[in-house]
Design a protein around this ligand. Structure first.
Ligand SMILES: C[S@@+](CC[C@H](N)C(=O)[O-])C[C@H]1O[C@@H](n2cnc3c(N)ncnc32)[C@H](O)[C@@H]1O
Length: 213
């Protein structure tokens, strides 16, 4: 019989998490513990993510929190990244989590109830069909696709003068260079890449930020 491989251990909470979540840290801990316990069997995260669950996923997501205002859509929330994490950190902001997969929607609804996130609405839809054309103040997304595909999915949901805040990896500049057509088609202005988390005791992350006219 092939021996069953043991699960890699989950990353312990880094000190920076309490600074970033403030008095909402207990909710962040509860969400992360549930994601560690059930995320893999539910197909939300792979086992290799456990050793970097805080740094790569929870802290990476919450770094966007200071940039948010009004009503924010998160396209392709999946396990709750960044949408649930941001809704924990910013109870003063409304979130619409847009996710097409039934099992993921059930997980998000469960987390909304368990964490008493009154500022969250979960919508089962693809972004292309989401019922908020040009309505949202800002739209976020993480790990949903390259910018050339992601801009046409997200920009139509943003009100004139609102913003795209797309969490991206190290290849963001190359992706942006290939997304010129989408950037002009959707009349994005103030297009820039910002680094978040520099000078903090965590990995910095990058956000593609632009205003939709
Ligand atoms: C790789 S997962 C990333 C999930 C999460 N954002 C994260 O960072 O872990 C991509 C997610 O986008 C969702 N998705 C794919 N196409 C979509 C679309 N057109 N509209 C909305 N969500 C979509 C998938 O169902 C999936 O949950």
């Amino acid at each position: 019989m092939v021996p069953r491989e043991t699960e890699p251990a989950a990353e312990p909470e880094p000190a920076v998490a309490a600074d970033l979540f403030g008095d909402r840290i207990d909710l962040a801990r509860a969400f992360t513990a549930d994601l560690i316990a059930r995320g893999e069997p539910l197909g939300l995260i792979g086992p290799l993510e456990l050793p970097r669950i805080w740094t790569r996923h929870i802290v990476n997501s919450v770094l966007l929190a200071p940039l948010l205002v009004g009503t924010v859509g998160d396209v392709g929330t999946g396990a709750g990244l960044p949408g649930v994490v941001l809704a924990i950190a910013r109870p003063d902001v409304r979130f619409v989590l847009i996710e097409p997969m039934e099992r993921r929607v059930a997980w998000l609804e469960e987390q909304k109830a368990l964490l008493a996130l009154d500022n969250v609405e979960v919508v089962r839809a693809r972004a292309e069909e989401a019922p908020f054309p040009r309505k949202l103040d800002q739209v976020t997304a993480r790990a949903v696709g390259a910018l050339s595909k992601l801009i046409p999915l997200t920009a139509p949901l943003v009100r004139p003068g609102g913003e795209l805040l797309l969490l991206k990896g190290a290849a963001v500049e190359a992706e942006a260079a290939k997304a010129g057509k989408a950037i002009s088609r959707w009349r994005l202005t103030d297009v820039r890449v910002e680094e978040l988390g520099t000078g903090m005791a965590t990995e910095a992350t990058r956000v593609f930020r632009a205003t939709v006219s």
